[in-house]
Design a protein around this ligand. Structure first.
Ligand SMILES: [Zn+2]
Length: 220
């Protein structure tokens, strides 16, 4: 009967449109912290689709007061059970430091020590000299990724049973990896290929007659 299909479509549309009112979490019960960079395709990188996650993006994909605010709401009130931090290589936050940015703004006539950070909440202010740290530039994306995970795990506003992990999107290869697992550094030289080799997965050693006709055999 056609009416059954119509009723199902109406129910699905209602569940989509009234998700928050009906207490329906996002599909994956997932909150994502990601950099705003245009080369970071969050859905593609994580293999998720529209409706799967709450996605928070800012410069660097770093933990800020607003990131904590959003994660707090998602995990405490919208049934989110998992957080993924998504940073990326060649991030703009590694091209300048906070001091440089403060000086550049001051040269433009902006007094960063005396301005509202959030025009909607003038009570929110920084201690003198804290502006450069508020910028949250970093020098190593792998280190930064792990740090964001740690910061989220240590936040009293995020429940302890929320599962939190961090990953790096390589803009140069279009692949996702764990922090510090730079596979590209292990594939171009014999020396790199011999590091941390698992003895149970060694290539078969060449016999005298096989020299020059090296065959690769990898045991399972
Ligand atoms: Zn970035």
């Amino acid at each position: 009967m056609l009416y059954k299909e119509i009723e199902l479509a109406i129910a699905e549309k209602k569940a989509w449109a009234l998700r928050r009112q009906l207490g329906i979490p996002n599909n994956r019960q997932l909150w994502v912290l990601a950099c705003m960079d245009e080369r970071l395709p969050v859905h593609e990188a994580l293999g998720i689709k529209e409706g799967d996650a709450h996605i928070f993006r800012n410069a660097g994909g770093v933990v800020t007061d607003d990131a904590i605010r959003s994660a707090m709401l998602s995990t405490n009130f919208f049934r989110t059970r998992e957080i993924i931090v998504l940073n990326h290589t060649e991030c703009g936050m590694m091209t300048a430091c906070g001091d440089f940015i403060q000086r550049a703004l001051e040269e433009k006539g902006i007094d960063v020590e005396n301005l509202p950070l959030d025009p909607g909440l003038p009570e929110l202010h920084l201690e003198p000299g804290a502006f450069p740290r508020w910028i949250k530039a970093f020098t190593d994306v792998d280190e930064a990724c792990l740090k964001q995970v740690e910061l989220l795990r240590s936040s009293p506003l995020i429940p302890k049973d929320v599962v939190i992990h961090g990953y790096i999107w390589e803009v140069e290869s279009g692949t996702l990896r764990r922090p510090y697992e730079r596979l590209s550094e292990r594939v171009n030289t014999a020396e790199a290929m011999s590091t941390d080799r698992d003895p149970h997965h060694l290539l078969q050693p060449c016999s005298e007659e096989e020299e020059g006709a090296r065959e690769i055999k990898v045991t399972p």
